[in-house]
Design a protein around this ligand. Structure first.
Ligand SMILES: [Zn+2]
Length: 105
């Protein structure tokens, strides 16, 4: 007989498993109840693992979207105007002279 708990071979005459000590003379109802609980817990573990992967995938999508959006954000309209340069980006020697330059001959 093969033990349900440890899956090792045990002589048929034994009442308890030689390796793990589990009772071997279980009725069909006891065995089916034990298997039912085992299958239910395995299904629950698989469902939890699936939900964890889905949540991880959604988090990666959201983070990737935020990063993508930050790299390829629409620039402000003023930078789309041809020839426009914000004043703080112009070097000081290029800035317009407010007094007209008078050339005397
Ligand atoms: Zn056993």
């Amino acid at each position: 007989m093969i033990c349900m708990n440890c899956k090792k071979q045990t002589p048929d005459a034994e009442v308890h498993c030689r390796h793990c000590g589990v009772r071997l003379d279980l009725t069909f109802d006891e065995i089916s109840a034990k298997l039912g609980k085992q299958i239910h817990s395995e299904q629950q573990d698989r469902t939890e693992a699936f939900i964890r992967w889905v949540l991880l995938f959604v988090m990666i999508l959201v983070c990737g979207g935020v990063i993508f959006k930050s790299f390829w954000a629409t620039p402000p309209v003023t930078t789309l105007t041809p020839g426009y340069m914000p004043l703080h980006t112009i070097p000081i020697q290029w800035q317009p002279i407010h007094q007209p330059l008078v050339i005397r001959e």
